[in-house]
Design a protein around this ligand. Structure first.
Ligand SMILES: Cc1ncc(C[n+]2csc(CCOP(=O)(O)OP(=O)(O)O)c2C)c(N)n1
Length: 508
């Protein structure tokens, strides 16, 4: 309980008196004798509270927050009404506003992703971020509607703090959280910034485009439902909860074909593999279903392996918006990410064959793309991921950028992220190679499609890796034969109540 003597510190006076105390602590003569007397007479409680309010000696001064004066009789702060800084000339006050607003904008670009709505289940805590709070820069509620000059930032010449915040939150804290300010290339950084800030990070798709997205989502969703009904309890490592990947990969390849792509080599583990094989790589459903019934579609290719369905590859030619693309799925044993360098090596060989020479050029890079689809636990946990990333810019191994798509279902078999990785995101290791990382809420299908398109453009333009971290969930157990609620009861209670992505998607 606060003593009577310290109760004033709970009021609006607190900042003011703390600042006064700071001056007094540095030099008692710098404050009015009545205040000297007041501070000398404080008890220990009040003194230690003031010490705390005063903050660290290196913290920026709160002097500019003094928006009033202390009434000598009542010893209470009188706060100025218009939010202008008392004693500071107007021009200087405007400059201060601009500097603070620009600092705020920059920090949203760097750290806005920490407040983005990424988890469709809404279970991941998003702790408050003081650096994203305008108060940290000296703004108060009274400053929300004053025009501030920001010199073209976010497309504004002049905007109120309220408008700036709205735009920042919609751009950087919606369904997409983008990490790009760690990149060292100013050109690449500026490109990402412009792309995400242009549409408030939310492109409006027309009716045909929406229909196409819905059609691909439905295909992904219906495929799993059919297998679940027809082959009850049979292992398939379903994609349910992450089916947005199907329209996203479609959009990614379609967009890249407009920038020269002619061939894709896919590497992936078990999750969603059957869905990818059929719905993206065009493996005939009859061939897959015959495998479910125990008859291998291509007996010569299985070489005595057990879980063959999830290990086999395929290849096909498919049309994407008028361009034919050769798609290959690399066979993969049970070692999750181990396929990564095999895929990049294969792509490098294909690129070399295309140019018919040892030295590879940008055209070859653009023509053949490695697409690696990862699990969140495996991406963070397996060393081969880091090793392959590290080779991405080496002369002898470059492939002009690998596209990484993480199906981040927030669980690895039975292990929750906080037991399986250090660091905020499963994708953190990719920061070391200076590439953009997009985190997206998998239930916002249009946002995922939009990010896939931006990622494709970035890869084709800058010949660099890109990471898409799609945050989703796993509707059933790891392989349909286990009960996930035994180890993740809270999560699976929530999942049970969660309508499918298709049902949650907007109706028009
Ligand atoms: C190299 C390797 N390590 C471990 C395993 C065992 N294993 C199979 S799946 C799995 C969990 C993978 O989790 P995640 O990467 O998040 O993918 P998810 O199944 O959740 O999609 C593990 C540990 C394996 N198959 N290969």
């Amino acid at each position: 309980m606060a003593s009577e003597q310290s109760s004033f510190l709970y009021s609006a006076n607190a900042d003011f008196i703390a600042e006064l105390f700071k001056r007094y602590a540095e030099n008692p003569a710098s404050v009015d004798p009545s205040w000297q007397e007041f501070f000398t007479g404080l008890n220990d409680d009040a003194r230690s509270m003031l010490e705390e309010l005063r903050g660290a000696s290196w913290a920026p001064s709160k002097a500019d927050k003094i928006v009033g004066y202390v009434d000598a009789d009542t010893k209470k702060a009188v706060v100025a009404k218009n939010g202008a800084v008392a004693g500071v000339p107007v021009a200087q006050s405007a400059i201060l506003d601009s500097i603070r607003a620009i600092m705020l904008i920059r920090v949203y670009r760097v750290r806005g992703h920490l407040l983005a709505h990424l988890d469709p289940l809404g279970l991941t805590p998003r702790p408050p971020q003081p650096e994203l709070n305008p108060q940290s820069y000296g703004f108060t509620e009274a400053d929300m509607d004053r025009p501030i000059f920001v010199d073209g930032m976010l497309g504004f010449q002049t905007a109120t703090l309220r408008e700036i915040l709205q735009r920042l939150q919609r751009t950087y804290c919606g369904s997409v959280g983008v990490e790009f300010m760690h990149m060292q290339s100013p050109e690449q950084k500026a490109w990402i910034q412009e792309r995400v800030e242009t549409d408030l990070n939310k492109r409006q798709y027309n009716k045909d485009e929406k229909r196409n997205i819905l059609q691909r989502l439905t295909a992904g969703d219906a495929f799993e439902k059919f297998l679940a009904t027809k082959f009850v309890g049979v292992k398939r490592f379903g994609l349910e909860g992450g089916e947005t990947m199907i329209p996203a990969i479609d959009a990614l390849i379609t967009r890249a074909t407009k920038m020269g792509l002619r061939e894709v080599v896919v590497g992936m583990a078990h999750r969603g593999r059957l869905n990818m094989l059929t719905n993206v790589l065009g493996k005939p459903f009859t061939a897959l279903f015959s495998e479910f019934q125990g008859t291998p579609a291509y007996p010569s290719s299985i070489q005595g392996s057990g879980d063959v369905k999830y290990h086999l590859g395929t290849s096909t030619d498919r049309d994407f918006a008028g361009n034919t693309v050769h798609l290959t799925m690399n066979p993969n044993p049970s070692h999750l990410e181990w396929v990564n360098p095999v895929v990049t090596g294969r792509v490098r060989a294909k690129q070399q064959q295309r140019v018919g020479a040892i030295s590879i050029n940008e055209t070859a890079w653009r023509q053949v793309m490695p697409l690696l689809i990862h699990g969140d636990a495996a991406f963070a946990g397996q060393g081969i991921v880091a090793e392959t990333l590290m080779m991405s810019d080496l002369k002898g191994y470059r492939v002009g950028g690998t596209m990484h798509f993480i199906i981040n279902n927030q669980v690895g078999f039975t292990t929750s992220p906080y037991y399986s990785r250090s660091g905020t995101y499963c994708s953190d290791i990719a920061k070391m190679i200076q590439v953009p990382i997009f985190h997206i809420n998998g239930d916002d299908v249009e946002a995922v499609v939009q990010v896939a398109e931006i990622a494709a453009e970035f890869r084709q333009k800058f010949s660099k890796d890109v990471v898409i971290d799609m945050v989703c969930y796993r509707r059933h157990g790891h392989n349909e034969g286990d009960e996930p609620a035994f180890t993740q009861p809270i999560m699976y209670k929530k999942i049970k109540e969660q309508p499918t992505t298709r049902k949650r998607s907007p109706k028009n």
